[in-house]
Design a protein. Structure first.
Ligand code: PEP
Length: 258
């Protein structure tokens, strides 16, 4: 059976009250879940609080960002070893909101990828096309371009054990989710693209989809063989809808023998 990976990205939302309510509801219903990897990504300042709240449960911790440097005069930044120290397992990098609002380039993201791998943390590398690239049929080209910098600097083997989140930018926070058949096509392309450059051909990459995932479209997405899970934004801020997404993802993946 395939265990889906469901990550809830809280973005710039939440406070201490939200954490205690959200985590206690999650703990009650999916706190000991075995057939799904459930991960939450709170804002940086609450990582420690959330780590305590999820203690002894199956829920795991993800950070939303990391700095390029390990230590030194970099005011306001958080390093990979600090994230490891606090108990994070996954770290989101390359999210389109950081590419847009914080001018992060593919090269910067490749450095973050390298630093996380070195520290033993799992990068959740977000890639995806703009609305224009989508309209012009350049989705695969855009995804390949974002992967290429890492491939050329670190090789295909560096992708082993990593999570890639395919997130079409036009689908994020818009309510316009990409069609599952189209997502499948892109995921298959990404997997093959990396595998072709992997000399040993034994790397395993988890590929999630993100972009307006809800309890209404999760079954269609998880019916696809190359969609290994989902990265959820808006819908993860409501515990009931996040739990529905997790349960439906498990139901769909457990009924499939890919
Ligand atoms: C995201 O920001 O990664 C995301 C997928 O958001 P949403 O689910 O709101 O589209």
């Amino acid at each position: 059976m395939i265990h889906p990976l469901v990550i809830g990205n809280w973005k710039l939302n939440g406070n201490l009250h939200f954490i205690s309510t959200m985590v206690s509801i999650l703990r009650q219903s999916i706190g000991s879940i075995q057939n799904c990897k459930v991960v939450i990504a709170p804002p940086m300042i609450y990582l420690g609080q959330v780590k305590q709240a999820i203690y002894n449960s199956a829920i795991e911790l993800c950070a939303q960002n990391v700095d390029l440097h390990i230590s030194g005069a970099f005011t306001g930044e958080v390093s990979s070893n600090m994230l490891k120290d606090i108990g994070a397992k996954y770290v989101i990098i390359g999210h389109s909101e950081r590419r847009l609002w914080h001018a992060e380039t593919d090269y910067v993201i490749a450095r973050k990828f390298y630093i996380l791998k070195k520290e033993g943390l799992i990068p959740v590398l977000c890639i995806g096309e703009t609305e224009l690239e989508h309209q012009e049929g350049r989705t695969k080209e855009a995804c390949a371009r974002q992967i290429d910098v890492i491939l050329s600097l670190q090789g295909a083997e560096a992708f082993n054990g990593v999570v890639i989140a395919y997130e079409p930018i036009w689908a994020i926070g818009t309510g316009k989710s990409a069609h599952p058949d189209k997502v499948q096509e892109v995921h298959e392309f990404i997997r093959t693209y990396i595998a072709q450059k992997d000399a040993k051909k034994d790397s395993f990459v988890t590929i999630q989809y993100g972009g307006s995932v809800t309890s209404k479209n999760i079954m269609g997405l998880c019916a696809q063989p190359d969609i290994d899970g989902v990265l959820v934004g808006s819908a993860c801020l409501n515990p009931e809808s996040f739990i529905d997404i997790i349960r439906l993802a498990v139901k769909q993946k457990s009924s499939k023998m890919f």
